[in-house]
Design a protein around this ligand. Structure first.
Ligand code: FE2
Ligand code: FE2
Length: 366
């Protein structure tokens, strides 16, 4: 194709992509636009988010061509002006990816595993503990603690602890996905080792949560088949991959696990019969959140200003709230003595964690 026509075509694509991308991002980031309830996201909005990311990637690729028209695969080391434009593009990309990564606006014990706008969870099946499994949780629960739980509360409380166990089990797969993505991007072995240890923590958390549920209602069930436990998708190109992994670590780990750590820590401080369990879970989740920040910083160091710009864009797209999908009977806080938070405690810690996360991202340097 004649070069002039090729440039005209690229310029047209860029103009279209910029206009479409801007419109989509405005739709994504503006609460209440087109009557959208800012507290809920519909599947069509997820589609809009995906289109926004595709559009922004298109802009990035066209900008990349103009930066290096004779070597589209060359490392982006253009002029200061080019870097500024690319950072602006990556900032929008980061906002769009963060918008997608916050589907659903639901916090979970353990690192979240997402897919198709929902948390992915394993199914449950009958199970009898082996001697080694029983030994692993021996001494974690105090003798006779169930006697102080009113009988009419036990079934509902058991169901909620079992839901938390499913989330903890899903977190094992989430750490596995992140591990594979980081390996593909060339992460150092200290990060990989930390993720392996975190995944083992989640194995233990799932066992503990299942054990609490069994103590309450006597049902012996465990996670069985888990179709959602797959390798996950990594965007093509190292820099885009770094942006994706950084934002997933930010939302599913640094933010979500920090919320879990704070809630569990506050519940432990109230001194109920499950204090030891809650305190241990809180300490582990806080460490996992710190490891996610390690991932975010590593991606920033590896990816340079564009990844930092993407993270700052992500900071602007974080949700105002994340819900824990609480059963109605727990929302008042009536189950907090037994490790299930109420709505007020949850909302307070979610908002605090979101504000802290935004502050850390804004202060982050290359
Ligand atoms: Fe956990
Ligand atoms: Fe965790």
């Amino acid at each position: 194709m004649h070069r002039t026509w090729f440039v005209v075509l690229l310029a047209s694509l860029l103009s279209f992509a910029a206009a479409a991308g801007t419109a989509l991002i405005v739709v994504c980031l503006t609460p209440g636009i087109f009557g959208r309830d800012a507290s809920r996201r519909e599947p069509v909005e997820e589609l809009v988010g995906v289109l926004a990311v595709a559009t922004v990637i298109g802009i990035a690729l066209v900008a990349r061509y103009f930066a290096h028209p004779h070597d589209a695969h060359a490392r982006l080391e253009g002029s200061a002006g080019t870097t500024t434009i690319l950072c602006a593009v990556f900032s929008v990309l980061g906002a769009a990816l963060a918008y997608i990564a916050t589907f659903p606006e639901q916090y979970a014990h353990g690192r979240r595993l997402r897919g198709a706008g929902r948390l992915l969870l394993p199914s449950l099946g009958p199970h009898r503990e082996s001697e080694s499994e029983s030994a692993a949780i021996d001494g974690e629960l105090p003798e006779g603690w169930v006697a102080e739980v009113p009988p009419e509360v036990r079934d509902g409380l058991a169901a909620e602890w079992r839901e938390n166990a499913r989330k903890e089990h899903a977190a094992i797969a989430s750490f596995g996905q992140t591990l594979l993505k980081l390996m593909a991007l060339g992460a150092d072995d200290s990060l990989l080792a930390a993720l392996h240890r975190d995944a083992l923590d989640e194995v233990r958390h799932a066992r503990l949560c299942f054990a609490v549920a069994t103590a309450l209602d006597g049902k012996h069930v465990r996670a069985s088949a888990f179709a959602g436990a797959r390798g996950g998708y990594l965007l093509p190109g190292r820099r885009l991959g770094l942006v994706q992994v950084a934002i997933e670590a930010l939302v599913d780990g640094a933010l979500n696990e920090a919320v879990a750590a704070r809630i569990l820590g506050r519940l432990a401080a109230r001194g109920g019969p499950l204090t030891k369990v809650l305190r241990d879970l809180a300490a582990d989740e806080a460490r996992h959140a710190a490891h996610s920040w390690d991932i975010v910083r590593w991606c920033g160091r590896e990816g340079g200003p564009q990844v930092i710009a993407a993270l700052r864009g992500a900071a602007r797209a974080l949700p105002r709230r994340m819900r824990g999908d609480l059963p109605p009977a727990a929302r008042s806080g009536a189950w907090e003595r037994w490790g299930v938070q109420g709505e007020a405690l949850e909302a307070e810690e979610v908002q605090r964690a979101i504000a802290r996360t935004r502050d850390r991202l804004v202060a982050m340097s290359v």
